[in-house]
Design a protein around this ligand. Structure first.
Ligand code: GLY
Ligand code: MN
Ligand code: MN
Length: 439
């Protein structure tokens, strides 16, 4: 993503906050994994959206119309010793040259410099509640400025949610963001194809996870966007199963929900397929219901339709399907009203997708479902989870857990399925799996 993209985002924000406002956005803190080992740092999405700056210990400050420069970055200084041990740093010059800051200061000077920037401002744009330590520090800085009242300096007296402004922007993806998301989805689709190709009875779930990660990294996605879900048999009925430690059994299904993160953009794809390469009749019957529900939901994704329409379409197909399978009994309209599908389908049909897998952006505007608009990206992921724990469910259905999830971009004329390269028709899945077995 080029520097101008980040500059455009800051400009848009700066136009919204206007003179008298100051925006403050820290990146995420580094987090301990165990003792002195840290998780790999991943920038806060809002911070990265505005700066493209990947290092920890950084705070972006935006002050519209500040004569010495509007975009300030507090960050780590160059340090030969630290860089020898822990890796390169952009430093203060790099903050300006590489990331477009007008001014850069050492992060260690934040307490000294930030209160001065707050003086005589009207409004602070900041996201409260995300980083509690930082919230405390900010309150301390405001208190310091307030104490200068007798010197004729006034402190900002309004806090405005920065997150809300940024999240509305982030909901509409730019051409460069769409490119990154296409790439994330293409890499992930390739990973799912590989998983289908190599899957054999007797393998362990984590071995399939390894195949997915192999493709992600090989193609330049250094991390999954969330822990991969690789669940065979009964595990396919656990929505967020991430232990991935069981052995794959002949005759069971395997549900994989995995997505690569590319350039800080997520994909989120689920495919379900038979471990031995052939759906049983019962598995195929349930699969076709979920697939029909998913296609019906995707068809509803077009500008002007409201957020809940895909879910309603999916629920309708799933309820009718459960009746046809003999699992539910009664009239479809009544069963839908009573949400009789809930024991088998207990989640929503999608969520926004972007820098975060469950991405930001409101789903309702003033109590009304919002309408799809070009540039929005959503998942579509109906499922049926026929767990043996469900009272009264006939044994033939036990442990059939199926979810089919794609990533869908709203376009001017309708939609584009970004994850289309991951097979989901039964014939396509089986023929891919048979090809590999014949080779
Ligand atoms: N991977 C989590 C979800 O599908 O929402
Ligand atoms: Mn998913
Ligand atoms: Mn999802």
């Amino acid at each position: 993503m080029d520097k101008r993209e980040f500059a455009r985002r800051r400009k848009r924000l700066m136009d919204m906050i206007d003179i008298g406002g100051i925006a403050i956005q820290p990146t995420a803190p580094e987090r301990v994994r165990n003792r002195d080992v840290f998780y790999p740092h991943r920038a806060d999405s809002d911070f990265f959206y505005l700066t493209g700056y990947p290092e920890p210990d950084a705070v972006a400050v935006m002050v519209p119309d500040r004569p010495q420069g509007e975009f300030l970055l507090f960050c780590r200084e160059r340090d030969a010793d630290a860089e020898t041990w822990h890796g390169r740093r952009a430093g203060l010059n790099g903050a300006c040259e590489l990331y477009g800051a007008n001014d850069a200061f050492p992060i260690s000077d934040l307490d000294d410099i930030l209160p001065g920037l707050l003086e005589n401002k009207e409004r602070i744009y900041y996201t409260m509640g995300r980083y509690l330590d930082f919230d405390q520090r900010l309150v301390g800085w405001v208190t310091r400025v307030t104490a200068k009242g007798r010197a004729g300096i006034h402190a900002p007296d309004q806090f405005v949610s920065l997150g809300h402004l940024l999240h509305e922007s982030r909901l509409y993806k730019s051409p460069q963001e769409i490119k990154a998301m296409r790439r994330a989805a293409a890499i992930t689709a390739e990973g799912h194809r590989r998983a289908m190709s190599v899957c054999r009875t007797g393998m362990y779930e984590y071995q399939i996870e390894a195949e997915l990660l192999h493709t992600f990294m090989l193609r330049g996605a250094r991390s999954p966007a969330y822990p991969s879900i690789v669940g065979g048999g009964a595990n396919s009925c656990i929505l967020h199963y991430i232990e991935n430690q069981d052995q794959l059994k002949d005759g069971d299904l395997l549900l994989i929900d995995a997505g690569a993160e590319y350039d800080c953009y997520a994909s989120d794809i689920t495919r379900t397929f038979p471990i031995n390469g052939n759906f049983t009749k019962d598995q195929a019957a349930v699969y076709e219901v979920v697939l029909e529900a998913q296609l019906a939901a995707i068809a509803e994704i077009q500008p002007g339709n409201t957020w809940n329409m895909p879910h309603e379409a999916a629920v309708e197909v799933i309820t009718r399907g459960l009746i046809d399978l003999g699992i539910l009994k009664g009239r479809a309209s009544k069963l839908i009203r009573e949400e009789a599908f809930r024991p088998y389908y207990m989640h929503k049909t999608g969520h926004w997708l972007g820098m975060d897998v469950h991405d930001v952006g409101d789903y309702k505007l003033v109590d009304e479902w919002r309408t799809f608009e070009p540039g929005m990206v959503t998942t579509v992921e109906p499922g049926l989870y026929l767990s043996s724990n469900i009272k009264g469910l006939a044994k033939r259905w036990w442990n059939i857990g199926i979810r089919i999830e794609d990533n869908v971009l709203v376009t001017k004329l309708g939609h584009e399925v970004l994850s289309a390269n991951a097979p989901k028709q039964i014939d396509d899945i089986e023929s891919l799996m048979h090809q590999e077995r014949a080779a």
